[in-house]
Design a protein around this ligand. Structure first.
Ligand code: FES
Length: 198
């Protein structure tokens, strides 16, 4: 049979009925799966806050967690990494993070609550690719002025180690900072801080 021809009504009915049965089967499988989740897994699936043990993020390293279906970076910046942030304000589109896509506690040069930890959504503000972590200074492919940061391979947008976008790239804004707070040595993504623990 020519696959481009429309199905006759009986075949259409059978196709719809088969598809409906398959969907019911999936629901039947999914319900026990959801019931088997732990409370924190259910919260995660529902978009609730996500906990990160900061002891597992060594200085100089970056870890990625998922919150509300999007990747979020947690970067533990070293003093050397933090020092790079002071040297290129004139090359940035929004060095003081004045645009309102980040919470008030990210309106500072490190864009963070604790200077050593950057928490940012790992989604390029141009068309949504995931930038790559490029912490090294002046690698050959990024040029002698590269201070370390994030490079988007899709169309070449560049962000520094605070997620601030450089001028003259396609991305219009800094990387978004999600709501987050700290509880001791735990980071809670998805929960804004009380003023007291900023
Ligand atoms: S999606 Fe990142 S530069 Fe286009």
């Amino acid at each position: 049979m020519d696959p481009t021809l429309p199905l006759n009504p009986r075949r259409q009915f059978l196709a719809v009925a088969t598809s409906a049965m398959a969907s019911l089967g999936l629901v039947a499988v999914a319900i026990p799966f959801v019931k088997s989740m732990t409370p924190s897994e259910r919260a995660r699936a529902a978009g609730g806050p996500v906990d990160v043990d900061l002891a597992s993020v060594a200085p100089g390293t970056l870890t990625t967690v998922e919150w509300r279906g999007r990747p979020v970076w947690v970067l533990h910046r070293t003093p050397q990494m933090l020092a790079t942030l002071a040297n290129h304000d004139a090359e940035l589109a929004d060095p003081a993070s004045n645009e309102d896509q980040q919470p008030f506690y990210a309106h500072n040069p490190t864009r963070s609550v604790r200077p050593e930890f950057l928490v940012a959504t790992a989604v390029c503000t141009h068309l949504g690719c995931i930038p790559t972590f490029r912490p090294e200074l002046a690698p050959p492919d990024l040029g002698p002025n590269w201070p370390g940061g994030f490079f988007c391979p899709c169309h070449g947008s560049r962000f520094d180690l605070a997620g601030r976008v450089f001028r003259n790239v396609p991305a219009p804004r800094n990387l978004e900072v999600p709501p987050y707070s700290f509880a001791g040595n735990r980071l809670i993504i998805g929960e804004a801080p009380n003023v007291a623990n900023t």
